[in-house]
Design a protein around this ligand. Structure first.
Ligand SMILES: *Cc1c(COP(=O)(O)O)cnc(C)c1O
Length: 407
């Protein structure tokens, strides 16, 4: 192989980004030169560490004994019967310790920070899901953790705030601007820039500058590798369709990554249509977004005519992000993955159906994927199979839904 040829040029799926972190025309490092240097150091450390047997052994042991992996795949028989078509299987990431897929990459990031000799892990959090998963991983690994959170969100997300405190992280309330996620990002990033050599900024999805989209994807790929093997063992064939919700895109790429070369397997990423695609209240980045740079990388995103990110909305706070990870953008362009939107009402209906037909209360984020699966199962044949990534459980959403539906 010629040395000048990038790793990806022979691989149309671009499962690895090129040296500069591009998946096709998306990704990269749209950041100041000083930071590019720091990001490249993280990339080099990561590439070295994932080759080390001791790192892999430790991570695999934690996935098994701490997270409870492998998470099962489960045939949702009553849900299937009520739709009357393709059989619907669930990959049960909701059964992980801390109740969602996020622990998979937070453990990886915390271990990486420790191995790199960093003194502190930093992040922002909106609803608190990323904050809790990261604080958990840092408590386990034994490294300082600092989470920035808007004051408005602190008031709204009380249970997660309490958990972060108990887990021993430093919670920094952010009082600037609208006192929400966007301001928390700015605040956490300012703190990070004070000492990027000794701190690690732990990004919460497959977004941000290279190498984060690659690293977080790799840490989440355990979901797809397990699911592919489990499904083959059980059914003697691959699923016909994979479905997963897309915020930044980590749980979906985690599932999809193991199947990209299986041509018979169709894949759909489900984004939030919120109150409707014809309103301003959605986060349907793939359906309505444009190409541009945001938060340090090239991607599809929702922006106004001056290039500023638009305010986004979803009933599922984990999905209201105005961009999507670069590998997804590439997979959309080459038509390997389709992206569809599900609105709040369809999401709530799926939330209740899965709860009452299967006794599984899903996260509102995951309920978007369930809703799409229910919709297409009806028009697929009984021989067909759908595998849904149930990215998290709905304990955090139960009071809210009961209130909205006046239960
Ligand atoms: C955060 C979150 C998501 C959205 O993030 P992705 O990076 O798109 O996976 C989805 N589901 C749950 C349960 C979450 O907590």
């Amino acid at each position: 192989m010629s040395k000048t040829k990038s790793h990806t040029s022979s691989n149309p799926l671009n499962t690895m980004p090129d040296k500069k972190g591009y998946f096709g025309e998306y990704g990269g490092q749209i950041i100041p030169p000083d930071l590019i240097k720091i990001m490249n150091e993280i990339n080099d450390a990561y590439d070295e560490i994932i080759q080390m047997e001791s790192f892999q052994t430790e991570l695999q042991m934690l996935y098994r004994d701490y997270v409870g992996r492998p998470s099962p795949i489960y045939l949702a028989k009553r849900l299937t019967a009520s739709c009357g078509g393709a059989r619907i299987f669930l990959k049960r990431e909701d059964l992980n310790h801390t109740g969602a897929h996020k622990i998979n990459h937070c453990l990886g990031e915390a271990l990486l920070a420790k191995h790199m000799g960093k003194t502190k892990v930093l992040a922002e959090t909106g609803a608190g899901q990323h904050g809790v998963a990261l604080a958990t991983a840092c408590a386990l690994v034994g490294i300082d953790c600092e989470i920035h959170m808007g004051e408005v969100d602190i008031e709204k997300e009380h249970p997660n705030v309490t958990k972060m405190k108990i887990l021993g992280c430093t919670l920094v309330p952010v009082s600037r601007g609208t006192r929400t996620l966007k301001d928390a990002v700015d605040s956490a990033f300012e703190e990070y820039l004070k000492d990027p050599v000794n701190y690690l900024y732990a990004i919460g999805s497959v977004v941000g500058p290279h190498p984060f989209p690659k690293m977080v994807r790799d840490f989440q790929s355990i979901v797809g590798r397990e699911a592919r093997e489990q499904f083959l063992t059980r059914e003697n064939k691959l699923p016909d369709l994979l479905v997963a919700c897309v915020g930044g895109g980590s749980n979906s790429i985690g599932l999809f990554s193991a199947f990209l070369e299986d041509e018979s397997v169709k894949m759909v990423g489900v984004e939030p249509a919120g109150k409707g695609l014809d309103t301003d209240d959605h986060a349907a980045t793939m359906t309505l977004g444009v190409k541009g740079a945001l938060h340090g990388f090239e991607c599809y995103n929702l922006q106004d005519k001056d290039g500023n990110p638009l305010p986004v909305y979803s009933i599922a706070s984990g999905l209201d992000y105005p961009a999507v990870g670069p590998q997804h953008c590439h997979l959309k362009d080459i038509k390997r993955v389709e992206y569809k939107a599900i609105d709040d009402d369809e999401c709530l209906d799926a939330f209740m159906q899965l709860s009452r037909l299967e006794g599984i209360i899903p996260a509102l984020e995951s309920a978007h994927a369930v809703a799409y699966a229910m919709k297409v199962a009806r028009i697929m044949s009984k021989e067909d199979t759908i595998l849904v990534n149930l990215s998290g459980r709905g304990d955090k959403d139960a009071d809210f839904v009961a209130n909205v539906l006046s239960l």
